[in-house]
Design a protein around this ligand. Structure first.
Ligand code: SF4
Length: 339
C-alpha cells in the first residue's frame, strides 16, 4: 500500500486511510536520519539530498523530520502543515531537495470562528485531491465512516490500556497508532512512583527513554501531554454525527478537539491540562522543549505562572545520547524535591 508520511496531529490518519493509502506519522530518529547518504540515494536527478546537519536556529525535530522524509524510500507523499513556521519553511526544503510529492496543508491558528473551521474543512478537500493524484480513491461517506469507527475503537482500546501498560508502553502505543494503524496494546507491569506529567512538542524515537529514566528515578509519567502523546490524540467521535456527516465530524474532532500551544487563543490547552492534571493527581511537570522552538519556549513562563506545581524545564538540542545523562541527573534531583 502506498505510504503517506506526516507528523502534525492535525492531519487525520482516517482521511488518508479512507483513500486507500497508508498513513504513517513519522517519529523521527535524529541519529539515524542524519547518517551520511551517498548522492545516489537522492531521488532528484542532479540534486544532492544530503542530510541536514545541526543548524543554529533550526528546531532539532524539524531537522530530524526533514532528514527522515528526504531519505524515506517507501513514502509516495509527505504532508506538512502550517501549524509551525519552521515546518512551513521545511516544506520549501522538501520541494527543493527531493522528488517526493509534498503537500502543505493550511491549519488556521485561530479556531473560534466559522471561517476558520470551514478553512480546515476545505483543506481536507484539497488534501483529498492530492491523495487522489497519488493513486488514492476519493472515499464515499460510508467508507470514511467505517475507517473512522476502526480508528475510534483503536483509540478507545489504547486509552483503556493505560491502566495496565507502563508509561513508556502507553506512549509508544499512541505513537504506533499513527504509524501502523489500529492495533491492540500489550499487557505489562505498571510502575509506581511520584506522578508526573510531561508537556511539550513532539518526541523523537530516542526520547521515549525519558519514561524509563523517570521510573528509574522514582517517578511515573501519568500524563503524556506531548504532541506525540495523549495531547495529540483526538477525542471520541459522536456516533450520530459520524453517520450523518462523517467528514464534518472528522474535522470537528481533529481541528476542534486537539489542543496545542500554537492556537490563538490557546486557552483550551490550559483548560484541558487543568482537567487532566487534577484527574491524575499530578505532583510535578516536566516541560520538554526543543531549543529554537519559539512556540513552546514562549509557553514555559505562562505555564509556570498558571500552575502551582513544580516545573522542570528540559531543553533538548537533538543529541539524545549526550543529553540523556543530563536528563537523568536533573530528573533525579527534581523528584527528590517532590518526595
Ligand atoms: S517543536 Fe516547535 S519548532 Fe519544532 S516542530 Fe514543534 S512547534 Fe515547530
Amino acid at each position: 500500500m502506498k505510504r503517506i508520511i506526516y507528523s502534525c496531529p492535525y492531519v487525520p490518519a482516517e482521511w488518508i486511510a479512507a483513500h486507500g493509502l497508508q498513513p504513517s506519522r513519522i517519529i523521527p530518529d535524529p541519529a539515524a536520519s542524519s547518517a551520511v547518504r551517498r548522492p545516489a540515494d537522492c531521488r532528484k536527478t542532479g540534486a544532492g539530498a544530503s542530510p541536514i546537519g545541526p543548524v543554529e536556529g533550526l528546531c532539532p525535530y524539524v531537522r530530524a523530520f526533514l532528514n527522515e522524509a528526504i531519505n524515506d524510500k517507501r513514502a509516495c507523499g509527505v504532508v506538512v502543515t502550517t501549524v509551525c513556521d519552521q515546518m512551513r519553511r521545511g516544506f520549501d526544503v522538501l520541494t527543493r531537495q527531493c522528488n517526493i510529492a509534498s503537500f502543505l496543508m493550511n491549519v488556521p491558528r485561530t479556531w473560534q470562528t466559522f471561517a476558520a473551521q470551514k478553512l480546515y474543512l476545505d483543506e481536507l478537500g484539497r488534501l483529498s485531491l492530492f491523495l487522489v493524484r497519488l493513486g488514492g480513491n476519493s472515499p464515499t461517506p460510508d467508507a470514511l465512516a467505517e475507517v473512522m469507527l476502526q480508528y475510534d475503537a483503536a483509540r478507545r482500546s489504547i486509552r483503556a490500556s493505560r491502566a495496565y501498560l507502563s508509561a513508556r508502553q502507553y506512549a509508544e502505543a499512541i505513537a504506533a497508532l499513527g504509524q501502523e494503524g489500529p492495533a491492540q496494546g500489550r499487557k505489562s507491569e505498571m510502575g509506581r512512583g511520584v506522578p508526573l506529567a510531561i508537556i511539550g512538542g513532539p518526541l523523537t524515537r530516542g526520547d521515549f527513554d525519558i519514561f524509563d529514566i523517570v521510573e528509574q528515578s522514582g517517578g511515573k509519567i501519568v500524563l503524556d501531554a506531548t504532541e506525540t502523546g495523549e495531547r495529540g490524540m483526538c477525542g471520541p467521535f459522536d456516533r450520530r454525527r459520524l453517520h450523518e456527516d462523517p467528514l464534518t465530524e472528522l474535522a470537528n474532532a481533529y481541528f476542534g478537539g486537539i489542543q496545542d500551544a500554537s492556537r490563538r487563543p490557546n486557552s483550551e490547552l490550559y483548560r484541558w491540562l487543568g482537567h487532566e492534571l487534577a484527574a491524575r493527581a499530578v505532583r510535578g511537570i516536566i516541560f520538554r522543549r526543543y531549543v529554537w522552538c519559539d512556540t513552546w519556549h514562549a509557553e514555559l513562563q505562562r505555564l509556570k505562572e498558571w500552575t502551582d506545581l513544580s516545573v522542570l524545564d528540559i531543553d533538548v538540542a537533538g543529541d539524545t545520547d549526550t543529553e540523556r545523562r543530563r536528563w537523568q541527573n536533573r530528573i533525579r534531583a527534581f523528584l527528590e524535591t517532590l518526595t
